[in-house]
Design a binder for this molecule. Structure first.
Ligand SMILES: *[C@@H]1O[C@H](CO)[C@@H](O)[C@H](O)[C@H]1NC(C)=O
Ligand SMILES: *[C@@H]1O[C@H](CO)[C@@H](O)[C@H](O)[C@H]1NC(C)=O
Ligand SMILES: *[C@@H]1O[C@H](CO)[C@@H](O)[C@H](O)[C@H]1NC(C)=O
Ligand SMILES: *[C@@H]1O[C@H](CO)[C@@H](O)[C@H](O)[C@H]1NC(C)=O
Length: 171
């Protein structure tokens, strides 16, 4: 797992390296495995000490469908923060990681969720240069998540799919 910022730092380092040591890392625009979108399903957020969820942290879970695999992701944070920003947190299958975009968490129904998905694709190069990472993001708002004051929890709107749009990929 690495952050986009670190990845871009790595790119800069590669660019600065003597040609002889240059490795074929490139940012590129293409239709990757996630078809330029990762689906978020079954998103739930529970407030700390909400009925049935007696935790001192706010908790979150969701399923990511990258279009060639699915995994479940969990998160928790203290209500007053710090919020899960910066490093990507691994999902159950660590090929997928998530975090909140810096300074976007305003509440359980207002934040920007970021995902990264890493996989091998021999069409971009031979091992070990066949690793692709795609980065995507989605705004979570009252348009796609429904919060209940009674249960102090939020659920993805029935039958809705939230698509996290791929905005960068590197190999
Ligand atoms: C994660 O998903 C990838 C892609 O489907 C799969 O190849 C890999 O075996 C999975 N890893 C685990 C630990 O389940
Ligand atoms: C609350 O979440 C934070 C961040 O994940 C974690 O470090 C901390 O241990 C959690 N606290 C409790 C009581 O589980
Ligand atoms: C999220 O919302 C912000 C502010 O409205 C907007 O600038 C940004 O483009 C949106 N991002 C996505 C992924 O929709
Ligand atoms: C959700 O989808 C199911 C199956 O397609 C349908 O029966 C149900 O009416 C839908 N519910 C809403 C609230 O749209």
């Amino acid at each position: 797992m690495f952050t986009l910022r670190q990845s871009l730092g790595a790119l800069a380092a590669i660019a600065a390296a003597p040609l002889a040591y240059a490795v074929p890392i490139t940012t590129f625009s293409r239709i990757g495995k996630s078809s330029n979108g990762m689906d978020i399903l079954k998103l739930q957020v529970h407030a700390a000490m909400s009925p049935g969820h007696l935790t001192t942290n706010t908790t979150m879970s969701f399923v990511v469908d990258t279009h060639d695999m699915r995994t479940t992701c969990f998160g928790e944070w203290a209500p007053e923060g710090p919020f899960p920003e910066g490093e990507y947190r691994p999902c159950a299958n660590s090929s997928v990681g998530w975090n909140f975009k810096e300074d976007t968490y305003k509440g359980m129904n207002e934040f920007t969720l970021q995902l990264e998905y890493s996989y091998e694709d021999d069409s971009v190069g031979e091992y070990p240069y066949n690793r692709v990472t795609e980065f995507s993001h989605a705004n979570i708002t009252t348009a796609n998540i429904d919060c209940s004051a009674k249960t102090e929890s939020c659920q993805q709107c029935t039958n809705s799919t939230i698509t996290a749009i791929v905005y960068a990929s590197i190999a």
